[in-house]
Design a protein around this ligand. Structure first.
Ligand code: ADP
Ligand code: MG
Length: 350
């Protein structure tokens, strides 16, 4: 579907493993003070002085998590980094380093990996993180990418999923559901393309939702905004699997219940129109879609004046006693239990 403009194909065997690593990583800059030794030795060396560290890993597998027929490799590299940074920010930490491990089959030429690494490099530059290592091996089937992200934080600033208290406000950054609807559009175009490869899809009026699927941004800006507003959320999580499963994690770990107002859930107009077109309920998508990489947090009522009217964050409900359970207050003021379906990649295997 996405035209291969880069016709040159250099076989990976030509470079050998070490040549390949050197080639792919030669442009990476080191900017973090905590990076003492990066790529090139048996292990990287970091020095975080008196800070606490956060460490998180994600694994992305071709055909399970991404489909290269419509995901450009550059975007894939960028997104693979975002997925990890989002977890670091969800702890309220600043991201400082990543490692990248790839398993790749000889179906991929060097040029494909250059694209992947160009996306990783762009992400590293924009988010100011050092690439300090990784591993490279062969795969007999698809492409596998595993990224580990490291971040630093003062002990007193860490935010867990477990700190929500009854009466806290439930707050979400940005808008949700867009990445899932972008995926629906891309999947549909893939089917159209199979039937008629000459068809050039007009995706202009889906631009926002497709971008949310292909090129998500981790919300470092929200972490900075909260610091500026002097608001420390009582709990926080990133929305990788849909609102319902994330709120469930907070409720379980904090031993509380929740009431979410359907009419407060922030949806982009493109999500609403795509849902109409695909004949799906937009609230179902917001609750059970995935990959939005927004932040879901709870804040104390006292902090409400500090966030009131801020266009980057929306209050969508409040925390209750555990006994009241997890409920959605619908537009017609009915209270219905929230069931977390999540986004189980084990069920999505092709
Ligand atoms: P080892 O044999 O000790 O695993 P490697 O030869 O795999 O070492 O790696 C050499 C150096 O290159 C190490 O610093 C490692 O972290 C780094 N490295 C290996 N693969 C990658 C990769 N795909 N991306 C970034 N750095 C990598
Ligand atoms: Mg190795």
């Amino acid at each position: 579907m996405i035209e291969d403009k880069n016709q040159q194909r250099t076989a990976l065997e030509k470079l050998g493993e070490f040549g390949l690593i050197d080639h792919l990583t030669k442009n990476f800059e080191i900017n973090q003070k905590s990076t003492i030794k990066s790529i090139g030795d048996d292990a990287a060396v970091l020095d975080f002085k008196s800070k606490q560290l956060v460490v998180t890993t994600d694994l992305l597998v071709e055909h399970v998590h991404f489909d290269l027929s419509y995901v450009p490799l550059k975007h894939l590299g960028y997104k693979a980094v975002m997925v990890n940074l989002s977890d670091v920010y969800a702890m309220n930490a600043s991201a400082t380093q990543i490692t990248i491990s790839i398993a790749v089959s000889n179906r991929f030429p060097l040029e494909a990996l250059e694209e992947l690494y160009a996306g990783i490099e762009t992400a590293a530059k924009i988010y100011d993180i050092d690439v300090i290592g990784g591993d490279t091996t062969s795969s007999t089937t698809g492409l596998i990418i595993s990224i580990t992200a490291i971040g630093e934080i003062d002990a007193k600033d860490v935010i867990y999923r477990s700190g929500a208290k009854p009466n806290d406000l439930v707050v979400v950054s940005g808008d949700i559901g867009a990445a899932y609807m972008g995926l629906q559009v891309l999947e549909r175009e893939k089917e159209v393309f199979k039937v008629n490869p000459k068809n050039q899809p007009d995706l202009d009026h889906y631009a926002y939702i497709i971008e949310r699927q292909l090129k998500p941004e981790a919300r470092r800006d929200i972490i900075e905004l909260l610091k500026k507003l002097e608001v420390k959320p009582t709990s926080m999580i990133d929305i990788s699997d849909g609102l319902s499963s994330e709120i469930m994690h907070i409720c379980k770990q904090s031993e509380v219940g929740v009431a979410i107002y359907e009419n407060k859930i922030p949806l982009d107009p493109q999500v609403i129109s795509a849902c109409e077109e695909f004949n799906i309920d937009s609230t179902t998508i917001a609750l059970n879609g995935g990959e939005d990489y927004e932040l879901l947090m709870t804040i104390s009522q006292e902090d409400f004046p500090k966030i009131k009217g801020n266009p980057n964050i929306t209050v969508i409900g409040y925390i209750t006693e555990k006994a009241r359970g997890m409920n959605l207050i619908t537009r017609d003021e009915q209270s219905v239990p929230i069931i977390a379906k999540g986004w189980n990649s084990l069920e999505n295997q092709e």
